[in-house]
Design a protein around this ligand. Structure first.
Ligand SMILES: Cc1ncc(COP(=O)(O)O)c(C=O)c1O
Length: 355
């Protein structure tokens, strides 16, 4: 079976980061550390945010987390009380709705635009009244959409009008195609007091197995998220945090090199699937995912099962929200020859459904 189901870069973590881990262990970073995270790493991340985005956070407003997943869990469990509604423009990353359910809250799903998977502000407005939090994934897993500045500005105004907290998950901020300019929610001053920024080392430096990410947010939210995170997982791996410090302080072209490779693969996906009988696909503007629909009215569950029969593992589109029904999500973080074979099998599967 060819695995196109998992968003795990097929690249190695850069050598200097791997070496830094061994050095950290040898230097004795083998004990508990501050449960908010290694103080030097928090300071370095605050400095990095300032350098990259011009936005100033104190190191105390940065929380090191168990991957992006830990940051998402800590934020949602800390801010959502039982019965609270959480706005989820969908299809979107499936973990958000699961965590909202875990917190006893209610996902308030609203559709993205069906023609391009961009934000439908009217649809968001309709469910925003009385909600507590809005979660946005930009660039979007699973759709590959990258939201434009004007959409994000309208979203920020909406959040202000409805007094919503905004959790912005920007795990794929470095993977955008065709010279598209990524706009971070950090770039929108209107959100300053209501934004929780969630980031991870997983994708940017091919560090999925290291399990490290971080949050930056207003002090009160960070303190609440820190309590929740400490309760869930306690203190994080000390040596990994030292290696992350080296990762964030050492200039590297690794993310850009990976992005260029993903751009080739994105082009290959579109070359092999677009225009094929039975397939409905848009060129992803970012991320390493393609959201592929069937024009034959077949459910996501059936498509996923059929894909497996054809020797390809993918994720069911319906996992990402009600509007994902009829789609599958494939990851092109897989090496090219495998990807080509997987796409060819999927093409056969979709065409067979039209007969
Ligand atoms: C949008 C998004 N956010 C967060 C994560 C979690 O990443 P991790 O916990 O590996 O940092 C993922 C992983 O696929 C993701 O796609």
């Amino acid at each position: 079976v060819i695995k196109l189901n998992e968003g795990d870069p097929d690249f190695e973590t850069p050598q200097h980061v791997r070496s830094a881990l061994f050095e950290a262990v040898e230097a004795g970073h083998t004990h508990y550390v501050d449960s908010m995270g290694d103080p030097e790493l928090r300071a370095a991340l605050a400095a990095d945010l300032l350098r990259r985005t011009g936005v100033s956070y104190a190191p105390e407003q940065v929380l090191i987390t168990h991957g992006g997943s830990g940051g998402l869990a800590a934020t949602i469990l800390a801010t959502v009380d039982p019965g609270d509604r959480v706005v989820l423009p969908e299809p979107t990353y499936s973990l958000y709705a699961d965590l909202v359910a875990l917190a006893g809250g209610q996902p308030a799903f609203c559709r993205l635009r069906s023609d391009d998977f961009h934000l439908d502000l009217d649809a968001i407005e309709r469910v925003a009244r009385g909600a507590k939090l809005l979660v946005i994934c930009n660039p979007s897993n699973p759709t590959g959409a990258v939201y434009r500045r004007d959409e994000l500005e309208n979203l920020a105004n909406l959040a202000e009008r409805h007094d919503l907290l905004v959790l912005s998950d920007e795990a794929y901020d470095h993977i955008v195609y065709d010279n598209f300019k990524f706009v971070s929610m950090l770039d929108l001053p209107a959100l300053r007091d209501r934004l929780i920024y969630c980031q991870t080392f997983s994708k940017v430096l091919a560090m999925t197995g290291w399990r490290i990410g971080y949050l930056a947010a207003p002090q009160a939210v960070i303190e609440a998220a820190a309590r929740m995170h400490r309760t869930l997982v306690g203190s994080l791996n000390a040596a990994v945090q030292r290696a992350a410090l080296v990762a964030v302080s050492t200039p590297t072209d690794w993310p850009e090199r990976m992005r260029q490779e993903y751009q080739h693969r994105r082009d290959l996906v579109i070359e092999m699937l677009d225009g094929v009988d039975g397939i409905n696909v848009l060129p992803p503007e970012g991320t390493f995912y393609a959201f592929v629909g069937s024009t034959s009215g077949v459910t996501s569950a059936r498509l996923t099962a059929l894909a497996l029969k054809h020797g390809v593992a993918v994720r069911s589109g319906a996992e990402f929200g009600p509007s994902g029904e009829g789609y599958i999500r494939l990851a092109f973080s897989t090496e090219t020859s495998q990807l080509k074979e997987g796409l060819s099998r999927l093409r056969d599967m979709f065409t067979s459904l039209t007969k």
